[in-house]
Ligand binder design. Structure first.
Ligand SMILES: Nc1ncnc2c1ncn2[C@@H]1O[C@H](COP(=O)(O)OP(=O)(O)OP(=O)(O)O)[C@@H](O)[C@H]1O
Ligand SMILES: [Mg+2]
Length: 255
C-alpha cells in the first residue's frame, strides 16, 4: 500500500528577482507536483516569463539579473554551483515563437538524442518517429523529414519544437505562451497535447489567457506586479478565489 505523500518535483522558496534596481518578483514560494500542469497567469509584465525562465536558469546571463531565495529540483538546490546544461536536459522549454533549428525536420528532433550520445541511425529513427508521433506531427511530416522546417505552418513548427524538446527526455517541460503566435485551431492542438503529456511529464505553463489556463492546468498561480497573489487548485482559483485581485482578474475586470 502506498502511503507516502508525493514529494514536489520543484520547490521554490522565497524567490526574489531584480533586474538592476527593479524588483521584479517578490518573495515567491510554491511547489510544483509531478505530472500535473501548473499554470502561471497574470497581466502583461506581471513576471510570468521571468519566473519560468528562472526554473531552468535561462536568466543566468541576463544583464543586471540578481536573485535571492532557493529553487529546489527533486530536493536539490539549482544554484549557480550546479550544472545548468545538465539541468536544461531535465527541464526543457518551449517559447512563444517557434524557433526550429536551421536543419532538417529529422535533425531537429534527432538533435536531443545526438547530444545524449546516440548516433546509431536505426535508434535515431525510432526516437524521431516516437516524438513526432507523440506530438501528432508524424503523419504530416513522415515523407518530408529531410526538408527544412520553414515549409511547415507556424503551428506545426511549434509542434516540431515540442517534439525536439521531448526527444531530450526531460522530466519537466516549461511552456511560455506557446500559443501566442498561433491561430485558434493550432491552439486547440497544443492545449490537447499539453493535457496528454501529463501522463509522462510535469508541465509548467505561462499564459496571459485566463481561459486557456483554466482549460489546461491542474494548479494555477496568479502573478500580479511580481507578487504571487494566489496559488492553488485551478478550479478553486477560477471559481472560488480567496483574494479580491484574483477574483477581479479571473472575471476579466483586472489586467
Ligand atoms: N531582461 C530584462 N531586463 C530588464 N527588465 C526586464 C527584462 N525582462 C523583463 N523585464 C521586466 O520585468 C518585468 C516582468 O516581465 P516579464 O516578461 O516577466 O512579464 P510577463 O508576465 O511574462 O509579461 P507578458 O505577458 O507580456 O509576457 C517587466 O517589467 C519587464 O519590463
Ligand atoms: Mg511573458
Amino acid at each position: 500500500m502506498q502511503t507516502e505523500k508525493a514529494q514536489p518535483i520543484l520547490n521554490v522558496r522565497n524567490l526574489n528577482i531584480w533586474y538592476g534596481e527593479k524588483h521584479i518578483l517578490r518573495d515567491l514560494s510554491f511547489e510544483v507536483q509531478h505530472r500535473k500542469v501548473t499554470a502561471f497567469i497574470g497581466p502583461t509584465n506581471s513576471g510570468k516569463s521571468t519566473l519560468v525562465r528562472c526554473l531552468n536558469r535561462l536568466n543566468d546571463f541576463t544583464p543586471h539579473f540578481r536573485s535571492t531565495g532557493d529553487i529546489l529540483f527533486r530536493g536539490v538546490a539549482m544554484g549557480a554551483a550546479s550544472d545548468a546544461t545538465a539541468l536544461r536536459k531535465q527541464i526543457g522549454m518551449v517559447f512563444r515563437k517557434p524557433v526550429p533549428f536551421r536543419c532538417s525536420i529529422y535533425e531537429n528532433v534527432a538533435y536531443g538524442a545526438r547530444i545524449s550520445g546516440i548516433n546509431q541511425s536505426a535508434h535515431l529513427d525510432t526516437i524521431v518517429e516516437k516524438n513526432l508521433q507523440r506530438t501528432g506531427l508524424w503523419d504530416e511530416v513522415e515523407n518530408i523529414l529531410d526538408e527544412m522546417p520553414e515549409r511547415l505552418s507556424i503551428g506545426h513548427q511549434q509542434l516540431l519544437c515540442i517534439a525536439r524538446a521531448l526527444a531530450i527526455e526531460p522530466e519537466i517541460l516549461i511552456f511560455d505562451e506557446p500559443c501566442g503566435e498561433l491561430d485558434p485551431i493550432e491552439t486547440v492542438k497544443i492545449e490537447t497535447l499539453v493535457r496528454e503529456l501529463t501522463n509522462d511529464y510535469t508541465l509548467i505553463f505561462a499564459t496571459n489567457k485566463r481561459r486557456q489556463a483554466a482549460r489546461v492546468s491542474d494548479v494555477a498561480g496568479f502573478l500580479y506586479c511580481g507578487e504571487l497573489v494566489e496559488f492553488g487548485a485551478t478550479d478553486k482559483i477560477f471559481t472560488n478565489p480567496q483574494d479580491n485581485r484574483t477574483e477581479q482578474y479571473v472575471t476579466g475586470r483586472l489586467g
